[in-house]
Design a protein around this ligand. Structure first.
Ligand SMILES: Nc1nc2c(ncn2[C@@H]2O[C@H](COP(=O)(O)OP(=O)(O)OP(=O)(O)O)[C@@H](O)[C@H]2O)c(=O)[nH]1
Length: 378
């Protein structure tokens, strides 16, 4: 799992995602189509300067579309249409008047600039101020100066309503896009807050949340719930012999083994250091002991190949306990911990059950004592 990223970097990563690239490309294609139509409209209305400008606009949107295909040029692809909108709105307002509503298309530039995650705050404020000044200057200019081309009233209204509709559409799409980015970043942060960055296992905090739910469900539905507390044997010596990186590789391999043995409804969490806790809903002690023994065997068959060429074999000791009625979750963990401790004392590489009712997986008399019981000989 990659190291955790700060929130702003998650946002940047989301903005640079495939979806955002696609959105800019679609907007560029739409811009090309709209400006192709404007070439015809302004040609027909006898405003050759605007018709010619729209030829440039089509070229700009085509360029923007092409930039979305090149890696890392998303900023260029997004900035080109913004410059075009600013120039087009200014020119059109001066030549065919404020009433045509081209100035409306300048308004989405503000949220676009302010939400751009890679731009420095000062630059954002500068650009936003510039847009506001141009907008107001245009309004003042067009209030005192008649447009150089007076359009047919029907065409003027059609252009105005088209521009108003475009404004709503752009703001709607922008809001939807930003919401998507924020919710993806939120999900990523939530996942980060719930998992152990080294192995990808759930962390202790998340496990406790899930355990609270599982305990409540088990008590309400009168179903069983068990826990496995698993601790790698002599892990310190793995670190000592193969370095911390080697130890980390063993931890990851161990988590893989745990995941392979667990069902989808089970929760595997890093409880701390080289200790993992597995929560087994709808599982009684007998079932939990079976899972634990399978896991113990799987781990003892596992070989971790390190970059140094060394091969590491390791074993695990597992304490198993079933939740008793009315028992808090911390108590069942504490009993599993007691069994684990006894397993370590007894020689390691074994599965021990704690509490009552106790049943051994291996053949032999079923233990009757609530104290830790050895299930598997080392
Ligand atoms: N590489 C690595 N080591 C860790 C990590 N977290 C804890 N450890 C190491 O895990 C070791 C745990 O050692 P001990 O508690 O003495 O246990 P042990 O050597 O496994 O001995 P037993 O549990 O008694 O079999 C310590 O050396 C910790 O530094 C980690 O994230 N990565």
């Amino acid at each position: 799992m990659p190291p955790p990223l700060p929130a702003t970097e998650w946002l940047n990563a989301s903005l640079a995602s495939h979806n955002y690239r696609l959105l800019v490309r679609q907007a560029a294609v739409l811009g090309m189509v709209m400006h192709l139509l404007f070439i015809g409209v302004f040609g027909y209305a006898g405003v050759p300067v605007l018709a010619a400008f729209n030829v440039l606009s089509v070229a700009t949107f085509a360029w923007s579309c092409w930039e979305t295909r090149a890696r890392g040029r998303l900023v260029v692809a997004a900035v080109l249409p913004c410059i075009e909108v600013l120039l087009h709105a200014t020119l059109a307002s001066v030549l065919v008047g404020w009433e045509t509503g081209f100035h409306y298309l300048m308004l989405p530039l503000l949220p676009l600039v302010m939400l751009a995650s890679n731009t420095a705050q000062r630059l954002k404020v500068l650009i936003a101020t510039l847009v506001a000044v141009i907008y107001m200057a245009l309004n003042v200019w067009t209030t005192h100066q008649a447009p150089s081309h007076q359009l047919d009233p029907l065409l003027e209204s059609s252009l105005r309503y088209t521009n108003i509709l475009s404004l709503f559409a752009i703001l709607g799409v922008l809001s939807r896009c930003y919401l998507g980015v924020v919710s993806r970043a939120q999900q990523a942060l939530l996942a980060q807050a719930s998992t152990d960055p080294l192995t990808g296992a759930l962390n202790r905090r998340r496990l406790l949340e899930m355990a609270q739910l599982a305990t409540a469900r088990s008590k309400r539905n009168h179903t069983t719930l068990s826990v496995l507390l698993c601790d790698i044997d002599h892990f310190k010596s793995v670190n000592d012999q193969h370095g911390h990186d080697g130890g980390d590789r063993v931890l990851k391999a161990f988590f893989q083994c745990l995941q392979e043995q667990a069902r989808e409804v089970d929760c595997v969490a890093r409880w701390g250091g080289e200790e993992f806790l597995v929560l087994l809903p709808d599982t009684d002690l007998t079932g939990a002991l079976t899972v634990a023994e399978r896991l113990r065997r799987r781990v003892s068959d596992c070989t971790v190949n390190l970059d140094s060429g060394a091969q590491v074999r390791f074993t695990v000791t597992i304490g198993v306990a079933q939740l008793k009625p009315a028992e808090p979750f911390a108590q069942v963990v504490s009993r599993a911990d007691g069994a684990l401790y006894a397993g370590k004392q007894g020689g390691r590489n074994r599965v021990l059950a704690a509490g009552s009712p106790v049943k051994a997986v291996s053949s032999g008399p079923a233990p009757t004592e609530p104290s830790p019981q050895r299930v598997t000989p080392a």
